[in-house]
Every structure is written in structure tokens, then in C-alpha cells.
Design a protein around this ligand. Structure first.
Ligand SMILES: O=C1O[C@H](COP(=O)(O)O)[C@@H](O)[C@H](O)[C@H]1O
Length: 207
């Protein structure tokens, strides 16, 4: 298990001896970046993935993090979502809601999930619009070197086939240069999906 991309130590790779050690280090890491962002900007904008990530974040629901993290300053986004209803077992929103968001005092209006009642394309357009509004109000920062939003933290998994968020190796969605949020309808593992575009994911490497 490894954590990469340090807040202060850019490009850091951490290898852990056990899952428990990884979970503790991940909770510490998120709490530290949350604290620094709230101190600097007054808010913390985090983008979550699905998959194994939420289970690995479980310690945040426990002491001391559940009391020490300033949950009221959290703004929550998704790096990707499957085109299923929010109560579907495959929904990344449901995963986060059940495993984290229902267990900590986040403000419901700060939870920016992807619309599950429209097509993948419409949901991507709508999500980009929502992020653009939040960039205007500085809830989400903007990159100094590109016209892209800059989240305080984006947490990504890596699928066995090398996919990150809903971006699959060699898929044409990787060539998207304009949109902040893109979508695919030919996912190799069955779900139509929405995802932050490569432009936005690339920001991860700049922070
Ligand atoms: O399908 C997905 O898979 C990736 C990777 O999942 P993991 O279980 O290998 O961590 C996940 O990050 C993404 O959000 C999800 O839609």
C-alpha cells in the first residue's frame, strides 16, 4: 500500500507495512491538509473517488479525527461517478455517504455530488457548471498556470487495468483538453461514467 504526492513533500511515495498503518497515515495526511487549507483559505475542497478509497479513509470517523477535523469547512466533490442511482450499490456517492459522510458532521449543502437523474453528458456539463460557480466564489481555487480548478486534495485509486477515476488507459477521453468534466459511455467495466477531465487531474501533480 502506498500514498503518493505529498502536500509539502511533492512526489513523495510512502510504503506501509500494514493496512492499519496505511489507514492511520492516510487519516493523518488528510487531517493535516484539511487544517492547512482551512488556515490558508477558510475552506477545504476535497475530491473523492470510489473503489477501495473510502474504506481506507475509515479512521477519519473515529477519535481523534472526528472531533479535531473542522468538518464544517469541508466541501466535497467526486473525481468520478458511475451513471447509476445514488442508492445503487455501484454509486461512488453511496459509498462515501455510507462509509464517511453520514458519520461526520459535514454540511449537507457542501456535498457536491454528480446528478444521477440525467444522462452522463448532461451530468458532466452540470457538474462543470457547478464547479465553475464555486471557483468564482473561491470555494475551489484556480491554478496559477492554467485555466483549471485546483482542489486542495484529490484522492484517486488505481484500478487493476490502470484506470484512474473513470479515465481508462488509451481511451479517447484522455485527449480531452477543454472540458473540466468529461464522460464516457463505453467503460470497459460496464458503467457509463463521469470524470474530472485530464486537465483537472493533472492539477494533482502541480499541488
Ligand atoms: O471504478 C473505479 O475504480 C477506481 C479504482 O478503484 P480501487 O478499488 O482499485 O481503488 C476508483 O478510484 C474509481 O473511483 C472507481 O469509479
Amino acid at each position: 500500500m502506498a500514498l503518493s504526492g505529498g502536500h509539502k513533500n511533492r512526489g513523495e511515495l510512502r510504503v506501509h507495512e500494514s493496512l492499519d498503518e496505511l489507514k492511520t497515515d492516510l487519516a493523518d495526511y488528510i487531517a493535516e491538509i484539511s487544517e492547512a487549507s482551512v488556515k490558508e483559505r477558510g475552506v477545504f475542497a476535497i475530491a473523492l473517488s470510489g473503489g477501495s478509497l473510502i474504506g481506507l479513509m475509515g479512521k477519519l470517523c473515529e477519535a481523534p479525527y472526528n472531533k479535531t477535523v473542522d468538518w464544517s469547512k469541508w466541501y466535497i466533490f467526486w473525481a468520478d461517478e458511475r451513471v447509476v442511482a445514488k442508492n445503487h450499490a455501484d454509486s461512488n456517492y453511496k459509498l462515501a455517504k455510507d462509509g464517511l459522510l453520514s458519520k461526520v458532521p459535514v454540511i449537507p449543502s457542501h456535498v457536491h455530488s454528480i446528478n444521477d437523474t440525467v444522462s452522463a453528458e448532461e451530468a458532466a456539463d452540470e457538474y462543470e457548471f457547478a464547479i465553475r460557480q464555486l471557483v468564482k466564489t473561491r470555494v475551489v481555487s484556480v491554478s496559477e498556470i492554467s485555466d483549471c480548478p485546483k482542489f486542495d486534495l484529490i484522492l484517486l485509486g488505481l484500478g487493476p487495468d490502470g484506470h484512474v477515476a473513470s479515465l481508462f488507459p488509451n481511451h479517447s477521453a484522455l485527449n480531452e483538453k477543454e472540458e473540466w468534466v468529461t464522460f464516457i459511455t463505453d467503460s470497459p467495466n460496464r458503467h457509463r461514467r463521469g470524470s474530472h477531465s485530464p486537465c483537472l487531474l493533472s492539477i494533482l501533480h502541480q499541488t
